[in-house]
Write a protein that binds this ligand. Structure first.
Ligand code: TYC
Length: 101
């Protein structure tokens, strides 16, 4: 009996570009009260009290802490809003963003 060779099956995998995520980074300073930092983290980044405290203390001890990652637009909007909340209260609180590798 003759066997019929079938060609190798090649799967087409369309390349879809995933948007690069951007980190929101909290920067330590000597003036903003700890409770104010945690309040901003809870309000703007929707984290609970425990997580807010951990993020704040990491920035306090190490100088910086990654808060979360978002698409570029969302990261920049949240960083600006959180920084403005500090400025409006007279504090030098600073959130920055940078693209993930
Ligand atoms: N270092 C501040 C203090 O001792 C608290 C603080 C923590 C400020 C983290 C900013 O990103 C920050 N009052």
């Amino acid at each position: 009996m003759s066997e019929i060779d079938t060609p190798p099956v090649t799967k087409v995998r369309p390349k879809t570009e995933r948007p690069k995520l951007h980190k929101v980074i909290l920067i330590n300073d000597d003036f903003t009260p700890r409770e104010f930092v945690t309040a901003v983290l809870k309000a703007e980044f929707r984290v609970n009290a425990d997580t807010a405290n951990q993020i704040m203390m990491t920035a306090h001890r190490k100088g910086v802490c990654v808060v979360a990652v978002f698409t570029k637009d969302v990261a920049e909007t949240k960083a600006t809003r959180a920084t403005d909340a500090g400025r409006n209260a007279g504090y030098p609180l600073l959130f920055t963003t940078e693209p993930e590798e």
